[in-house]
Design a protein around this ligand. Structure first.
Ligand SMILES: Cc1cc2nc3c(=O)[nH]c(=O)nc-3n(C[C@H](O)[C@H](O)[C@H](O)COP(=O)(O)O)c2cc1C
Length: 235
């Protein structure tokens, strides 16, 4: 067993200098965050420190470190100043565009254009959506939690947004109402420069939750799903 005590100085020489931390909570879905600045410049960048929080209301959060100059990244500044952001699902097909959008361009550069992506107006918020992304979440900015770092340039900003509109391309919805994850192939980060995408899945329902499934709950099955399951059993 290799033990690494994390102090201000991290020593990973036993691993050839490779930091294992980012490769532990994996695979990590990638938030592809579109924002708009108060000057009206559209912005797009990926953040793999990303998760959903709460279901009613649904929220998401992404976390950003500071940029090379020790300043807040544009996505954070924009979300705070214009009060919104959009998460656009990154799929395997969109991996190259996502990578281009991660470059640190100046604040007045529009990453949609750099990555050759199409903008679509949102229904509720000001930030634009990525048309090529099959699932998008419009979010109203709620708050930023600042996590102090080991030194002044290592703070993390956790940006939390309330989901106010969900957009789904109907070509990625199965007849039973579920998202067709295998067709979407969401992209995920594995630490280092390694990635994966979802290419297999199975279903496993908790027995205790099966008696009174609530619509929208984990073990709830749409009438169409139940019909499909019954057909399966008859085969
Ligand atoms: C797959 C991927 C995931 C990333 N995740 C993060 C992250 O979680 N936090 C972060 O601060 N930067 C992350 N980055 C780097 C940002 O995307 C990059 O700094 C970007 O230029 C920020 O843009 P902005 O200044 O327009 O907000 C990631 C880059 C890639 C390619």
């Amino acid at each position: 067993m290799l033990d690494f005590e994390i102090c201000n100085e991290k020593d990973f020489s036993l691993l050839g200098g490779m930091d294992p931390f980012k490769s532990v909570a994996v695979p990590r879905p990638i938030a592809w965050i579109s924002t708009v600045s108060k000057e009206g410049v559209d912005n797009l960048a990926p953040f793999s420190q990303f998760t959903n929080v709460g279901f009613n209301h649904p929220h998401v959060l992404f976390a950003a470190q500071l940029n090379a100059e020790g300043k807040k990244k544009d996505s954070v500044v924009n979300a705070e100043e214009t009060g919104c952001f959009v998460h656009n699902m990154v799929t395997y097909d969109l991996r190259e565009a996502m990578n281009v959008s991660s470059l640190s361009y100046p604040s007045d550069v529009d990453e949609f254009e750099k990555a050759g992506l199409t903008k679509v107006d949102s229904n509720i918020v000001l930030a634009k959506r990525v048309k090529e992304s099959p699932v998008q979440l419009e979010c109203q900015y709620v708050t930023t939690v600042v996590l102090p770092g080991a030194d002044w340039k290592s703070a993390s900003h956790l940006v939390i947004g309330k989901v106010v509109c969900i957009h789904i391309d109907e070509n990625y919805v199965l007849p039973n109402g579920k998202l067709d994850i295998l067709k979407l192939r969401p992209l995920a980060r594995l630490g280092y420069a390694d990635y994966t995408s979802v290419t297999d899945l199975w279903e496993m329902r908790p027995q205790s939750m099966m008696k009174n499934p609530i619509p929208g709950g984990y073990s709830y099955m749409s009438p169409e799903s139940l019909k499909l399951e019954a057909t399966h059993k008859d085969l």
